[in-house]
Every structure is written in structure tokens, then in C-alpha cells.
Design a protein. Structure first.
Length: 76
């Protein structure tokens, strides 16, 4: 179980650079300008929107696994 979670985390961080911003946000604002903060904000919002379903599914799956493990111990 730990290996699976670790591999999912490593995979998520390995694609982090590829998903850092949508092409329009990345190309519209030059780094160092006042508009760059707007582009960075859009970039982070995209990342949060992409990660929330994964985090929710992971949390629910781990909670179900924990409840099943706890239930298995009480059945013995």
C-alpha cells in the first residue's frame, strides 16, 4: 500500500512541470511584469482544480481501506 501511494505521489510531481500553466496563461504574461502575477494565479488555480479530484478520491479510498482494516481486526 505504501509503495502504491509513494508511486502516485512521485508520478504527480513528475508531471508537475508539464501542467504548470495553460498555454494562454503562460504566453500572455511575460515574467517580471505586473501582469505576471495574474498568469501565475491562473496557473495555480488550474493546478488546484486538477489535484482536487485526485486528492478527494485518494482520501475516500484510504478512509475505506482504514475502515475495512479496522473492521477485519474486530471480526477476529
Amino acid at each position: 500500500m505504501k509503495k502504491i501511494v509513494l508511486s502516485i505521489i512521485l508520478f504527480a510531481f513528475s508531471i508537475f512541470g508539464q501542467v504548470f500553466a495553460c498555454p494562454n496563461c503562460k504566453d500572455a504574461y511575460t515574467p517580471g511584469s505586473t501582469g505576471a502575477s495574474i498568469g501565475e494565479s491562473y496557473s495555480w488555480s488550474v493546478l488546484f482544480m486538477l489535484m482536487m479530484p485526485i486528492a478527494t478520491i485518494t482520501f475516500i479510498s484510504l478512509r475505506i481501506a482504514y475502515a475495512a482494516k479496522k473492521n477485519r481486526k474486530t471480526d477476529l
